[in-house]
Design a protein around this ligand. Structure first.
Ligand code: SF4
Length: 342
């Protein structure tokens, strides 16, 4: 039985026409799924009874209600979702004055094995399908509406998993999210973050224009390969070349994320190497002092070290932010999603 929430508008129209119905019917069904967000075929009042009976027999409409919710002292909210096969995934909502940003998961676990990341220590279980990706967003949207907190305004694919390693499902879910009959998100408020799968970065740029963030964390291949095994397959030169080719939207820049690990990648020399490496790319840099965890062998650098690192980059004309960690008391900070509550 096909879950209609796994299909983009085009795919749903193809499915409907293949069953002998008009493309218009496919468009109507797609709109029902995301505009009023119905969950039963009986609610599709402008579809004939006969077709609704047929739909009941061959298709379903999934939902993904959250099963766990924790709220941090700083307002960050972590949602846990139990999938039909029993696996648990997590999303994190970061409320700010002018926006509600949702950090979305794309896989159960992750195969990339980055050394500073708790999700990486879980290993890879499976890809999420588009309904499971979009379902996280709908569930949190509805919770915020119930709480009178507005809606999810910004999306970042930075939760569990490497989104570009689940490429087809990522593209379908983005098509649903950006479609004006779908959830109608703006591509300017949607960011995909990758550890650097260079060929897929280029393909993402060709297929769909969203913001791009790169988890960099090392300014030379030796350090980066030590921290991120993916760098052995796609070294910095290839990642930077892919970023140069990435089609940026007007007034947008690529975001480079750099976790500062005490004594590993936080020296003045590392800052200067980083500046040299990123010179060809219109970019912003986010510095993230590492989130210490008993399972991980890294420490947070001192505040002075972090500011010295930032100053070197700023003096070289980079836009650099120091990101203070949010949600660490509920293990919702960057790299901490590992289903601790299970
Ligand atoms: S940082 Fe991202 S790509 Fe690396 S292991 Fe963690 S989830 Fe996977």
């Amino acid at each position: 039985m096909i879950d209609l929430k796994t299909l983009s508008r085009t795919q749903l129209i193809d499915w409907t026409t293949a069953r002998g119905h008009s493309a218009y019917r496919g468009r109507q069904i797609f709109a029902w799924l995301y505009r009023p967000r119905i969950t039963k075929f009986a609610q599709m009042t402008d579809i004939s009874k006969k077709f609704r009976v047929e739909l009941e027999k061959v298709a379903r409409i999934s939902t993904l209600p959250y099963t766990i919710k924790e709220t941090s002292t700083d307002g960050t909210m972590k949602y846990g979702f139990k999938l039909t096969d029993g696996h648990i995934i997590e999303s994190v909502l970061i409320p700010e004055e002018d926006r509600n940003t949702l950090c979305v998961s794309s896989q159960v676990g992750c195969a990339m094995g980055c050394k500073f990341c708790l999700t990486g220590t879980m290993g890879f279980t499976r890809n999420l399908d588009p309904a499971e990706i979009v379902g996280q967003i709908i569930s949190v949207m509805e919770d915020l509406e119930d709480l009178g907190m507005g809606s999810v305004t910004n999306l970042v694919f930075m939760g569990m998993g490497e989104p570009l390693a689940n490429f087809d499902n990522l593209i379908t879910s983005l098509e649903i999210l950006l479609d004006d009959l779908g959830l109608s998100y703006s591509s300017r408020r949607t960011t995909v973050s990758t550890c650097g799968l260079a060929p897929k970065i280029i393909e993402l740029g060709e297929r769909i224009g969203v913001n791009l963030a790169i988890s960099l964390h090392g300014a030379d291949d030796a350090i980066r390969s030590e921290l991120m095994p993916v760098n052995k397959t796609y070294p910095l030169k290839e990642v930077i070349a892919a970023c140069i080719k990435y089609p940026l939207q007007k007034r947008k820049r690529i975001m480079f994320e750099y976790i500062l690990l005490k004594g590993v990648n936080d020296s003045d020399e590392d800052a200067r190497k980083l500046a040299k490496l990123l010179r060809p790319i219109p970019c912003k840099i986010n510095l993230l002092p590492c989130n210490e965890a008993p399972e991980l062998p890294f420490q947070k650098p001192s505040g002075n070290r972090v500011h010295a690192f930032q100053k070197i980059l700023r003096d070289l004309d980079y836009t650099v932010f120091i990101r203070t960690s949010r949600g660490d008391d509920i293990s919702a900070a960057c790299g901490q999603l590992a289903n601790k509550h299970t």
